[in-house]
Design a protein around this ligand. Sequence first.
Ligand code: NDP
Ligand code: MG
Length: 380
Amino acid sequence: MKTISLLGATGSIGTQTLDILRTHPTEFNLAAMSVGKNIELARKMVGEFKPELVSVQDYQDCVTLKAEYPNTKFTFGIEGLIEVAVYDKSNILVNAVLGSVGLNPTLQAIENGKIIAIANKETLVTAGHLIMEAAKRNNVPLLPVDSEHSAIFQALQGEKERNIERLIITASGGSFRERTRQELENVTVKEALNHPNWSMGAKITIDSATMMNKGLEVIEAHWLFDMPYEKIDVLLHKESIIHSMIEFHDSSIIAQLGTPDMRVPIQYALTYPERLPLPSSKRLNLANVGKLHFQEMDVERFRCLRFAYEAGKIGGTLPTVLNAANEVAVASFLEGKIRFLQIEDLIEKALNSHQSIDYPSLDTIQEVDIETRQFVHSLL
Ligand code: NDP
Ligand code: MG
């Protein structure tokens, strides 16, 4: 029996993780979880999974729930996220919280020897060097949940990283893949949230439309697989059937395929190196699919992808700025405060106004994260 701490239980990845736990009740047990503000859903989860420890975002919700469930321990805020992440009975942390708020809990869980199943890519983008160093020092596995990275991780089994020629990360193209830049001027939030292949949380769906998601994934791949940026390519593949590939020195390419269903990579991270049946997942029928399409990526059409490569290559605190600016810009777009193309303008301004600091400590990263958020807010 594997015992799990889950950050972000009420989100898209969080609820699908719980779906896997529901499918395999004798394999997994939920000991601790965190939610944000969705208290209604949290109540249902507490009733069904009976975790011992629950963290909520706000103090008042914590007080309310404590009165309702006297046998469950409740906590709140960033301290609460950390408490869940390091909960002593858990051996795996599934980090499916949104944004760089997941950084400190991940680091603490690594220091406490937890296996990390990481969906929270903003953490790796912001502080990949700290996470990877801590994981190595504590001999803790970091198992990717993001479908592209899971695909690469699966293709790497039995292979050596030193034999990799390049990683090929596939991109669906997001909600606006058929539109020109000009046609993006006046797109609405509703249109942007309409992803053709994947059903995901709002922020990552917007990131897919701007192509920032792929940019964040390039940086994520750089850290997870210790790969220079020159050896990470992005390929448009509109069907989202090939989830990513590795090309080896001898020109062999190994890919992982499947219908777009996040439960597959989530479950693989939870069962690795074993596999379990996933009866509810739709089987891939290639004869029905017929054709797969591939197209080169245009970094002028998708400027966020270029920003991410540039920020990743320079490194230091620049990826922190990229991520924090993006988090604020996307939230502002979702609130209807800015237009779609202003997302990239704000990120560009934040990047241009920052002098990168090399090898930043956790404190420096957190300061730059806050400063960047303030800077972008001041532009709104
Ligand atoms: P959602 O927005 O659906 O869920 C986010 C979760 O985090 C919710 O439980 C939310 O709580 C909680 N949360 C948000 N902000 C805070 C905060 N400040 N403090 C505490 N809890 C908070 O996101 P997704 O599930 O889509 O994505 C989660 C992570 O996984 C992201 O990093 C994303 O990039 C990554 N990912 C997602 C994929 C997907 O298919 N969705 C695919 C690959 C990666 P509540 O709702 O209760 O307020
Ligand atoms: Mg992905």
